[in-house]
Each structure stands twice: as structure tokens, then as C-alpha cells.
Design a protein around this ligand. Sequence first.
Ligand code: GLC
Length: 752
Amino acid sequence: MRTRSSAALLAAVALLTLLGAGIPAPPVVNAAAAAGAAALPYQDPSLPVATRVDDLLGRMSLDEKIGQMTQAERASVTPAEITSYRLGSVLSGGGSAPTPNNATSWADMYDRFQNAALATPLGIPMIYGSDAVHGHNNVVGATIFPHNIGLGATRDPELVRRIGRATAEEVAGTGVDWTFAPCLCVARNDRWGRTYESFGEVPALVSSMTTVIDGFQGESLGGPASVLATAKHYLGDGGTTNGTDQGDTRLSEAELRAVHLPPFAEAVRRNVGSVMISYSSWNGQKLHGHDYLINGVLKSELGFDGFVVSDWNGIDQLDGAAGFTAAEVRQAVNAGIDMVMAPTGWRQFIGHLRAEVQAGRVSQARIDDANRRILTKKFELGLFERPLADRSYTSTVGSAAHRALARQAVSQSQVLLKNDGNILPLATANNRIFVAGRSADNIGYASGGWTISWQGGSGAITPGTTILQGIRNAVASSSTVTYSANGSGIDGSYRAAIAVIGETPYAEGRGDRPSGMGLDPTDLATLDRLRASGVPVVVVLVSGRPLEITAQLPDWRALLAAWLPGTEGGGVADVLFGVRPPTGRLPVSWMSSASQQPVNDGDGKAPLFPYGFGLGYAGSPPATPPPPTTPPTAPPTTPPSTPAAAACQVGYAVTEWSGGFSANITIRNTGTSAVAGWTLGFTFPSSGQRVAQGWSARWTQSGTAVTATNESWNANLAPGASVGIGFTGSHSGSNPAPTGFTLNGQPCTGDA
Ligand code: GLC
């Protein structure tokens, strides 16, 4: 049954006429409300979300439900088509922006699409997604933060949460409701073109940075500048053979669960609103059609209650042929994909899915489940009550406060790998500094891919401070800074030469490095000129990953890994001149040669610089050594400083599978005081039960006694708070639940 009033129809027709003329339409709430009809239950914000969803679902036709599952790209759909096809979502692909590309223009564009969605009979608002992966990076003028690999080097989850919050304000100010971030990829082979989108090679490090989800979504969905986050790309995108983008991750289930699943389990624990499926395969089976990993592990085992979105035309790849078919639509939707990103082929998708439902090959229950998930997030976001752009945040785009935060993140992400003779920090006064390198005065190079355009660009692509400008700003008037991109003109009168070199921008597969991983010939020529002058050389490497530098390193007095810092190059200068000491630590192992790839923490190989390595400045505290990431073989001999007594509840959920089992454990602090550091203990009833590999804690086992000690990032448990940890394990026959759970020596009770 559906309510439809003539006034609403007239309002819709008038609106479409306006939109056709490209005139920003006046805000329309929704047709029924505009018609003054009494609010229907789904329109009543005082009702529970589940009640509103049930009421709305009961009013929706099959076409309206299929429309909610359809996401079109902004350049391939008109507002009128959103209304007529009842589309539920629009996205901006990488670099897809209105003209002019500025925050206000984005907000106007967003409102045009949204008003078209509200002009439908049920007035269901659309949700707009964009890749805000290091700031609102599709928008000119936005603050561009360091890419994730640099944020992983900071080892600072709170900083990353603050970056998520700042990004959410800029995103909300342009109307966009949903970011396709964070990438929770665990980059295991640096040949992969998306290594820089990863926080690092160790699952615990990546898990620790899921705080960015709290930043994006806020205290709760629907709060101020709350933006839906996306955990992507599920599952194993960073583990493909040879680091081939969209390739095949060939791992046992135990390894897949131990290395790639923990960050998603943590994201689910943080109530991430959506999960995006990976293009990659697991042991030859495409994730976009993987019923066991999506329906089984993600939705059932981990209890993910948000919605699953495909990647860009990802379902097209299921049968290996171009274009997508009804069979691919059926497989993907039945595997658990709730919304399909069909940028240009969204009409075909709608036709295929309708036919599959009518033929009974996709059940109505599956359609309703997908809609329930999508609509629940739309209600929780407050889109029904506040559907249009929140222009009170538009002025935050590129604000001084956000740029200051980005500059702090840049300086904290710098990793000092060499500093012979303590040449760094450089003096700011009475100095003669020669700066060279094509990455020194180039915002585009410093920002990398996913910046203004999909692949990134060169030059002043968006407002910001280049590294050279940062250096010039840092020195006193008594100093001289000379710049020559290729190093020509240097002579012995300079006291130091700073070579800012590295990679030119790339995104996704275009960044794969299947063969050599050395420096670019242009940079090598620049370095040769500097070396010939005899002036001490300080190298600042602007790259999305480690590069092979072993042969050149002896000629360098110092090496600073700057990663892809973004628009606030002043943060690099802050470290070069000692305004802030270097505190960053490698988020990935630094190969000694490309032939070492993959090289990862604990694999027994000898990298040039190990995971976690980072120097400090003489006199300032060195970067503290990272906590051990491979569980110590013997239980710690001396327990941590007398831990606070703790009252606790523990939840223990096991999933058996062919090669063993995995256990997800929830520890809740039921005491009245906070716990700052914890060790969970328990006993396996059977001697055949073994912990194989754990996550989100440091695991030991001695006989049947098991301990799990906090990571640095989850050490604190406020009263009532909980933490999720887990492990993959094996057993010989029986697998009874452990007994004798204790937290800091105090018995735990019941289910968390
Ligand atoms: C891309 C990427 C994904 C991104 C999506 C939308 O192909 O794989 O990370 O979110 O398309 O731009």
C-alpha cells in the first residue's frame, strides 16, 4: 500500500522542472510531508529505527527496493533519473567533481541530487559516497592529510581519530554523507600499487588505526558532521601473490584470518557502517561472489550489521568476461552484497536484479535484508530529518585548524632512517642550504594518488605548502636557501644539500611494481650532481612505499622517509630543523632489495631496516621501540607492574572450519575503575588445543595455560568498556571452551 497525494505529485513535477533548468532547487523535505500529510511512522523520528524501517519496507515496491540497492556515478546519472528510477545512492569516483570544483559547488551538486531523491513518492533520501581517504581529497582546497602508510608510522591512534573527525567535517560541509575509507588492507608485498593506502604490514598496527572510524562517524551516527565510514577492501586485498592489484591471495584460512581479518573484526566492533568488497580473490575465488566470507564470516560470525557495497564494477569480474550478467548479479547479491556500485551500468543492474527476483533466484528475503541494512544506516545518519548539505561545516574545508593538524601528522609520520654525524637537525640561522629534487616544490607529488584526480597529478593542483616552501619558511633571514630541481648550480659553499626525491603519483594497479623498485633515473641524476659537489646530502624520500636504495645509501649523510605527506609540507621542515624531533617508526619492513619482496616482520628475512625502526635526534628521546609483534616464546617472567585488580566478563565465540578454529574474545571491564594495562589468562581443558596466531593482543601459551596481554593501543579499559581480541587455533578432536578466565589475576564471570 502506498500513500500518494496530488499535491505531492505537483510538488514533484515542479521540482523536476526546476532541476531540468539546472537551477538549484529550494530545499524540499519530502513529498508526503511537503503535502502536509500526517507523518507516517517511518517519517516519525521519535520511533525506534527498526520500527521506521519495518514501516517503510512495507510501503516499498520491488522497484523501490532494487533502487535502494543501486549506486550510480554522478557523471552518469541525472537528478531526474534518480527520481524516476528511485536510486538510493550516488558516488563520486576518484576525481569526479562538479565544475567549479570547490566546497560550495559540491554542496549545491549534492542538494540537487538529494532533492531529486526526495521527490520520489516515499521521499527516501539518497546517500552520497566519495573516497575521502586522506582528507576530502576530491575537493580543491580541502586539507590533504598524509596517506595511511605515513599515519601508520606515527603509531598514534588518537591522532588518526582526530584526522578522521577533521575530514568528516570537511566532507559533511560539502553534503557528502559517506566516505569509502579507511582502507584496512594489511600490505604484505610493497610491489602492490596500493601499499600507501595501508597503515602497515602487521594486523595489530592496522587494527589500532581503526580509530579513524570513530573520527568519521563521531560518537554515534547522526551526530554533528557524522559521516558513514567504510572498512575496505574485504578481504585480503593486501596479500595477493607478487602484490598484484586485484590479484589472488593464496593463503590457508588460518593465515587469512590471522593476518587480514583482525582489522575488520575491530572495525565491526567499532560499528563501522559499511564494508566494501575487494576485487581480489582468495585461493582463486573472487571475493565479490564469496558467500562464505561475506555471509558466513563477515555477517554471521563477526555480526556485521551495516551494509556491504561492491567495488567499482566489481561484480563484472565474477565470470571473467567484460560487462556484467544476470548470473553475476545473482551470485554477488546472494553472497551478501547489499548495494552494487554500478557507476554507468546501473540500468542494466536494475533490470537483471528485477528479473532474478521475479524468477525466484534471488529471494525477496534477501532483497528485504539488503534494504533493511541500507535504510537502517540512512535513518541512523539522520538523512530523513536532515537530508541536505550541512553548510555550517563548509567553511571548515581547508581551514587553518585542519591544516595545523595535518602539519602535526606530517611531522609525526617522518621516519629518520640514517643520520650520520647527527647532521640533522639543520641549523635555521646562518646556514647555506641547497635544495634539489623534483618532489621538493610539488604539491601533487607530495600528495600522491587519490588527490583531486584519481591518479593524482603534478604541480600546484590544490592549495598547500610544498616541502621547499616549508624549508624556506623555517630558516632565519641570516640563512640562504637555493633551489634547483635537478641539482645544477650546486657548489662547495653550501653546508648541506637536501634532495627531495621519490615517486610520482599513482593509484591502484597503475602503481604495481612487478620488477625493479629502485629510484627513478631523474632522481639518480640529481643525486649524482649533488654527490659530485662534495656537499653532505640529506635525502627526503617522498614515496608511497619503501624503495630499493641500498646502493645509494652510503652516499647519503641522512635519510628521512616522508611517505606522501599531502598539502602541509611544513611538517617535513619541522623535523629537518628540529622544531619537532623525529618519532616515526617504520610501518613496513624496508627491503634491502626488490628480490626480498614480500618481506615482513617476523618472517626471518633481513631487511635493510626492520619494521618498527626509527631514529630520534641526539638528546631527544628516540622513537620508543615498538611492542613485540611476534608473541614471546615464554610467558613474561616478571608480570607488568602490579596490575590493578579488575572485575570482568568474558565472551568467547568459536567458529570451527576445515583447518582449525578461530576464537573471538570480548573482554568487558565490569569494575568501577579503569584498567590501564591488562593480561587475560585462561586454561584450555584439552592438551591438544593450541593457539596458532593471535591478534589485537600479545599471546603466549605454556602447556594448557594461555595469556593475552594488551597492545599499546588497547591497553586502557574504562569501566564498562570492552576490547575485542582473538586467535586462530588447532585442536585434536575435542575443542571445549577454556576455563578459568582471569583479568590481571582476578577471576572473570559470565558473558561479556
Ligand atoms: C576504486 C577502488 C575503491 C574506491 C572505489 C570508488 O576502484 O578500488 O577503493 O573506493 O573504486 O572510487
